[in-house]
Design a protein around this ligand. Structure first.
Ligand code: BG6
Length: 504
């Protein structure tokens, strides 16, 4: 059931979506709400209020929502489920810059909705809007009396990523939000934490006793984390060209994977203890000097190439991208986590668009056996142990080890032991947002980023962004669409005698 805690019940509430006619709402938020409702996790007394720039009636908005659900959700029993949603959905439109009209209309609509559907005034506001508007919209909500938690009612705010563009802007945004909201009202979302396989990292590490004793510098040679996409910028060229791969993916999604892989066991599985351990890893990550950026960070941009047998254009030829853009579509880093557990164990991370396959994984590469007993095995067949956690697709876990090849001479060959999610559990339709929306309704912020985590992440990434901005790349485009990134990313590992594990 979407990994939701079975016994918990969300409070009756209203979800207010700013950016209700946007892409995220139709592709992710509505399907996620639908999946939650099908699984019985949405309270009967619930409503959605969409807020957008377009002037639409609630009726028109319901029509759009029904169409979107048909397109983007896996509908089970379509008409009944959709009408359940439509009865509970409302809309108000207007100019977000206008201090008064839109927000007072919203206030009146919320009063009507809560009175007619007998919903207590518990609201959560989802800001699926450009980050530059976050603080302003939140301020206007609060100014109109909608942010105050009183009479036992709660008010929560979910902010989509990106949360800032660098350390300075993230600090400013946190400071501005904390002037009007309490930290426990702020939910900074990172949809990677909604993925089952990402949550499973904690269960795998801390719910089993056999892995933790070897999960450290004594046994682990290095860690590789890859988030590779086949897709290009898919109509988001305007945003992406001002962001780039490093900003778009690293301080958020990739660092979540790093922290969950590297953190110490928390004292309990609650918001503060879990995030306290994650933030310690972020603080232990070494910030690069300009020389280290040169040595340990690689950027790339795709040129034209072929993916799945079809030709795709170069990044510089994508819609809304400048023809001489220097924005990176690939980033790889060799990170050091300077603490007792991980000293001298490199964490190699990489992400990019238009790579050879959609493939996200965490690879724990263990050290070689101390002594080679099997003299008849050629060196390249000597197996080192590798644990691969497949985040997506083909979610599962593979342990790679050596076995005796049958025959009269003792020879060793590599084999795999596989666990595949779909073989063991019913297949679930999730967008990654179900668990996070549900947790927000419960008031559980464990899977959301805290202010200090966001700032600690930017503190690692900002020096790299600064060096890259100062020194425009000379070799872009430096990888072909459909490849595994620039040659320099391979060199990053090859110079230490290591190699990326690409998907087969
Ligand atoms: C988003 C990025 O946060 O994550 C996108 O802005 C990226 O550029 C996406 O494509 C990847 O998410 P997923 O769930 O498809 O791996």
């Amino acid at each position: 059931m979407n990994g939701m805690p079975e016994s918990k019940q969300a409070d009756p509430c209203v979800m207010v979506i700013f950016g209700a006619t946007g892409d995220l709402t139709k592709r992710k938020l509505f399907p996620a709400l639908y999946n939650l409702a099908i699984d019985g996790h949405i309270p009967e007394t619930f409503a959605i209020v969409g807020v957008g720039r377009q002037e639409l009636s609630s009726e028109e908005f319901r029509g759009q929502m029904a169409e979107n659900l048909k397109q983007f959700a896996e509908l089970e029993n379509s008409s009944n489920d959709i009408s359940w949603f439509c009865e509970r959905t409302f809309y108000t439109g207007g100019d977000f810059d206008d201090d008064k009209k839109l927000f007072s209309d919203l206030k009146s609509l919320l009063s009507e909705v809560t009175a007619s559907l007998r919903i207590p005034e518990n609201y959560f506001f989802y800001l699926a809007i450009p980050p530059a508007l976050f603080a302003d919209v939140a301020r206007k909500v609060v100014k109109n009396g909608l942010g105050r938690q009183e009479n036992g009612n709660w008010r929560r705010f979910i902010f989509e990523k990106p949360f800032g563009r660098d350390l300075q802007s993230a600090r400013k945004l946190n400071a501005n939000l904390l002037k009007i909201l309490k930290e426990n009202q702020i939910y900074r979302i990172d949809h990677y934490l909604g993925k089952e396989t990402v949550q499973n990292l904690l269960v795998f590490r801390f719910g089993n006793s056999i892995f933790e004793p070897i999960w450290n510098r004594n046994y682990v040679d290095h860690v590789q984390i890859t988030v590779a996409e086949e897709l290009g910028v898919e109509g988001r060229g305007g945003y992406y060209d001002s962001a780039g791969a490093l900003r778009d993916m690293v301080p958020n999604h990739l660092f979540q994977l790093v922290t969950l892989t590297a953190m110490e066991p928390p004292v309990s599985f609650q918001a503060h203890p879990v995030r306290d351990e994650q933030v310690k890893i972020l603080h232990a990550m070494k910030c690069f000097t300009p020389e280290e950026v040169e040595r340990s960070a690689v950027r790339g941009q795709y040129g034209a190439g072929r993916i799945d047998g079809r030709s795709v254009p170069a990044y510089r030829g994508e819609e809304s991208v400048s023809p001489d853009s220097n924005t990176e579509t690939f980033a790889a880093l060799a990170l050091s986590i300077d603490n007792w557990r991980w000293a001298d164990v490199p964490f190699y991370i990489r992400t990019g668009k238009r790579l050879g396959a959609k493939h996200s994984s965490i690879v724990i590469q263990f050290k070689k056996a101390p002594f080679v007993l099997f003299r008849n095995t050629p060196i390249d067949r000597l197996t080192t142990n590798r644990l691969e956690l497949h985040i997506q697709p083909d979610e599962g876990i593979t342990l790679h080890f050596g076995a005796k090849i049958p025959g009269p001479i003792v020879k060793m060959g590599p084999v795999d032991m596989d666990f595949n999610y779909v073989d063991h559990f019913e297949e679930q339709m999730t967008t990654g947002y179900e668990r996070l929306l549900f947790d927000c309704m419960l008031g559980d912020a464990t899977l959301f980023q805290r202010a200090d985590m966001v700032e600690a992440s930017w503190a690692v990434v900002s020096p790299i962004l600064d060096v890259w901005a100062d020194q425009p790349p000379e070799d872009f485009p430096n990888y072909s669409a459909g490849s595994w990134g620039p040659a320099k990313a391979d060199d990053l590992l090859a110079r230490e005698g290591r190699k990326w594990k690409n998907s087969d």
